[in-house]
Ligand binder design. Structure first.
Ligand code: BJW
Length: 252
């Protein structure tokens, strides 16, 4: 007999992992699709500490442009559904986002952790203190709290750097009875490993993605379609607004 939670039972502790796919319908490009953000820039050119050391202007300009673009995008129905869930769900909830945009906050989410950093924040290259980012970092901004003359870099977790909040995330995964992955390709670790961790601790696992992700076979259930359709419907199920649709086993 499986010791997985009964899928019909109301969860008491949920961890949600989101990726670029949840913001795609807001007009924020994903990383690895045909219109992926990296088409104009090789990931190695902008998203590593080595790239920043080699060409800080290129990297600062890349993130300055993406920070400026945030003003032209709005949260979509999927962000708003998670905001509604966060406000109404009285169990434990943690939304872990790999996204560096602020659309979850603007959609109403509060129990939120940005594991790959935030475009609207910067960190000091000397003391490491994280702080609000000025609109433009390329000109060379001084750290607010450092007497050693540190300058600011984007508060972005680059390849080879430790994501934020790993202890908090591990504890939440250990306690979760439901893990939901939304709009992520499952190509980047450690986030791609969360489904295995949650399952090993006994959580039921659900993928909501446009198409099967790299790790789709690891999930107990997978639903494929746009986030603006799947996420509001799933949030309504959790909040008891709708009966769950038939739970076919994951065929992948
Ligand atoms: C839709 C949709 C719609 C589209 N509706 N869906 C094994 C273990 C541990 C580490 C490694 C490992 N092997 C290698 C590593 C190292 C490395 C890594 O993972 N490399 C891989 C390339 C293999 N990882 C690291 O270096 C990380 N640090 C680290 O590991 O530290 C040590 C450590 C060890 C052990 C434990 C803990 C720590 C740091 C990773 C930093 C990632 N940084 C980036 C860029 C930063 C910010 C930025 O510039 O924005 O973060 S890379 C990029 O990928 C970005 C994203 O957050 C991340 C994930 O991408 P995401 O969100 O999945 O986007 P896409 O585009 O890939 O997918 C979109 C999905 O949406 C698709 O599936 C679409 O179908 C879907 N979709 N429209 C629903 N409308």
């Amino acid at each position: 007999m499986s010791d997985k939670p009964n899928p019909a039972a109301q969860p008491r502790s949920i961890v949600i992992l989101t990726g670029a796919g949840i913001s795609a319908e807001s007009g924020v490009p994903t990383f690895r699709g045909p219109d992926g953000l990296w088409e104009g820039h090789r990931v190695e050119d902008v998203a590593t500490p080595e790239a920043f050391a080699r060409d800080p202007d290129l990297v600062q300009s890349f993130y300055d442009a993406r920070r400026a673009a945030l003003g032209g995008v709005k949260p979509n129905a999927a962000h708003q559904a998670l905001g509604r869930l966060d406000a109404a769900f009285d169990g434990d909830l943690l939304i872990v986002t790999q996204n560096v945009d602020d659309l979850h906050e603007r959609g109403g989410a509060r129990r939120l952790l940005h594991m790959h950093g935030e475009l609207l924040r910067a960190s000091c290259t000397v003391c490491g203190v994280r702080q609000p980012a000025p609109a433009v970092l390329r000109e060379g901004a001084a750290c607010e709290s450092c007497e050693a003359g540190g300058t600011l870099r984007p508060d972005i977790v680059w390849f080879g750097e430790m994501p934020h909040g790993m202890g908090h995330i591990e504890a939440a995964l250990a306690d979760a009875d439901l893990f939901v992955s939304i709009g992520t390709s499952g190509a980047v670790y450690p986030a791609a490993g969360f489904v295995r961790t949650a399952a090993a601790y006994g959580a039921r696992t659900l993928e909501l993605n446009l198409e099967p992700s790299e790790g789709t076979a690891l999930f107990d259930e997978a639903r494929h379609g746009p986030a603006t359709r799947l996420v509001p419907a799933w949030a309504d199920e959790i909040l008891g607004c709708n009966s769950p649709p038939g739970r076919a086993p994951n065929p992948d």
